[in-house]
Design a protein around this ligand. Structure first.
Ligand SMILES: [Zn+2]
Length: 404
């Protein structure tokens, strides 16, 4: 068997430098890969995760099953939905559409790629753009969207289930960073767009990962993000796919119920002629920024390791609330798995039903009522610390509450 050699998803270069490796931990039976291997292409400078073909297959299964189910099982308060005006989902739509809408009219045929349950389409229709349809790879999301009456088909960005030149506009908002072959996704968008059609793209801005801090390595802990674009690579790839840049914007994408924001790039392109990839010029800039970011985050990891070491030495029983990305990272990379963990708590019903860590099931918060007097409750869901502290009052928990 030959060893797997990663190839640059943008320029197909094979001289790849691995600049970082991180164990992120894994929920038992989860199909989401547990190791981040951050690569930079020596030829074009693009940053991407070096996931193996086997991990790619598992990731596709993860999207089709776990991802949709988990998102649909969030407690109502935390679930991203259209909800009330002013919700963080609206903020993101307003920001994206303020850039896009000047290029549309009410007759525009619009395709939302990676549309999930069709919230953005619903939003567009309410604004009067009723010729909007969607595509998503998860049958669970497609079913959910169809129940709401949103016209959605099942398919992938790299293989759109539509005829040539059907649309006036294609939206790929927070999609391309998830895609294994983004060059192919641009070509597909080009194919289904009419001449002079408009493509809207929104992706995390990898050049600014260090500018908005939330939790150590957070932008890498979102392991669904395979590609780490900066503005230069995004534009070069669009040019290669047959698009001409009309407008670029650096902004922020609101996440986690409005508790935090992610550095983001939005771009508007017009379909035109393909050009070569020779315009790629930024060989070292992104790698340099990555290394600076990684050095800072590594310092934060060391501090957390020390705190967790003390907790381990105390021998006190530890309940952990928030079985998500931060927990898995702390468990695997900061030594939390060496502590005397007596309960894993999460309010997500899907996790309570299906998730186990090393055989230990995830319990509802009410398990706190049975916690020992000398227990420590470690809150690992960083965005929800205040909500969790309030909720703890319902469970007569008298132990120590700790955050990192
Ligand atoms: Zn490359």
């Amino acid at each position: 068997m030959t060893a797997f050699r990663p190839e640059c998803p943008i320029c197909q270069g094979t001289r790849i430098r691995r600049i970082f490796y991180l164990e992120c931990g894994k929920i038992d039976r989860s199909r989401l890969y547990s190791k981040v291997r951050l690569n930079v292409c020596s030829r074009c400078g693009h940053g991407f995760n070096g996931i193996t073909p086997r991990e790619i297959r598992a990731l596709n299964m993860y999207y089709c099953r776990d991802y949709a189910r988990e998102n649909l099982c969030l407690p109502k308060k935390m679930a991203p939905s259209l909800g009330k005006k002013g919700s963080y989902v609206f903020q993101n739509y307003d920001r994206a559409l303020s850039i896009l809408l000047p290029y549309l009219n009410f007759q525009s045929k619009i395709l939302d790629v990676g549309c999930g349950t069709g919230n953005l389409i619903h939003y567009l229709v309410r604004k009067g753009y009723d010729q909007a349809v969607g595509v998503d790879m998860s049958a669970i999301y497609v079913d959910e969207a169809q129940k709401k009456g949103v016209p959605v088909r099942r398919g992938k960005a790299e293989e759109l289930p539509f005829d040539n030149q059907m649309f006036d506009a294609v939206i790929m908002e927070q999609v391309l960073e998830h895609v294994i072959n983004p060059a192919r996704a641009f070509k597909e968008a080009r194919r289904v767009l009419k001449n002079n059609g408009i493509l809207f793209v929104g992706v995390p801005d990898a050049a600014r990962y260090g500018d908005i801090r939330f939790f150590d390595f957070y932008w890498l802990l979102i392991r669904e993000h395979i590609q780490h674009f900066d503005i230069h690579h995004l534009n070069a790839l669009a040019g290669y796919g047959g698009f001409e840049l009309l407008q670029n914007q650096r902004n922020e994408h609101v996440l986690l119920n409005g508790k935090m924001s992610m550095p983001n790039l939005s771009a508007i392109y017009r379909s035109g002629r393909c050009c070569g990839l020779s315009r790629l010029v930024c060989k070292n800039d992104l790698a340099f920024r990555f290394e600076k970011y990684l050095a800072h985050e590594s310092g934060c990891l060391s501090q957390k390791r020390e705190k967790i070491k003390k907790l381990e030495k105390s021998g006190r029983p530890v309940c952990v609330w928030g079985i998500g990305r931060e927990f898995l990272y702390l468990y695997e990379s900061a030594g939390l798995k060496n502590c005397k963990i007596t309960a894993l708590i999460d309010a997500n019903f899907h996790k309570q039903k299906f998730s186990k860590i090393n055989g230990m099931p995830v319990a509802p918060p009410s398990i706190l009522r049975t916690a020992d007097e000398d227990s420590v409750l470690l809150i690992t869901a960083t965005a929800y610390v205040e909500d969790i502290k309030r909720a703890i009052r319902n469970y007569d928990f008298n132990g120590k509450i700790m955050t990192l």
